[in-house]
Write a protein that binds this ligand. Structure first.
Ligand SMILES: [Zn+2]
Length: 178
């Protein structure tokens, strides 16, 4: 009984702190709803595709951890939390830290412009799966940018930069209480 309660609390913790990702999915699905209104039809596959598309740009983070950001203090802290199984500290660290990770390769206005162009092209060729996919990706970038302004008060400087900057190392401080 106690154990299952702890587990539910654990899931609640993850959901609450993972709300950033939930909002991404929500916005992707919202995009499908707008399209449904516009085209007067709904294909269930669009919902899955939009959910996928709304997360897809965050491949950037995996790329960062696995390649060019591997030696950054940010990555090293995350690895040490995984090694020591400090899951809660890890989740909180990523929650605040991913906002300060200014070194992402594709989180910039150029990628955004390109994907918007793909979306518009798909629209003109009535390639609906493309409109769904690229449009939901666009919502990801828009939300990230909005959140930057809300959380940080400014746009992270990765947005204006094409690619990443080796000289720039971002490492947020470790949250105090687990
Ligand atoms: Zn993102």
């Amino acid at each position: 009984m106690r154990r299952s309660f702890a587990r539910i609390k654990g899931i609640g913790f993850l959901l609450w702190h993972g709300k950033h990702m939930l909002i991404h999915i929500f916005l992707g699905v919202l995009w499908v709803w707008i399209l449904r209104e516009f085209w007067g039809m709904l294909d269930v596959r669009w919902i899955y595709l939009a959910a996928f598309g709304s997360w897809l740009p965050d491949i950037d983070h995996l790329l960062y951890f696995a390649t060019y950001g591997r030696d950054d203090p940010y990555t090293q802290s995350i690895l040490s939390f995984i090694r020591t199984r400090k899951w809660r500290v890890l989740v909180k660290y990523i929650e605040t830290g991913h906002k300060y990770n200014t070194n992402l390769q594709f989180h910039n206005v150029y990628t955004l412009g390109l994907i918007m162009a793909f979306c518009i092209l798909s629209f003109f060729y009535d390639y609906r799966l493309g409109v769904v996919l690229f449009g939901s990706m666009v919502t990801h970038y828009f939300y990230d940018m909005t959140e930057d302004v809300l959380v940080l008060g400014y746009l992270n400087n990765n947005w204006e930069r094409m690619g990443h900057d080796d000289a720039e190392v971002s490492a947020p401080s470790v949250p105090k209480s687990p």
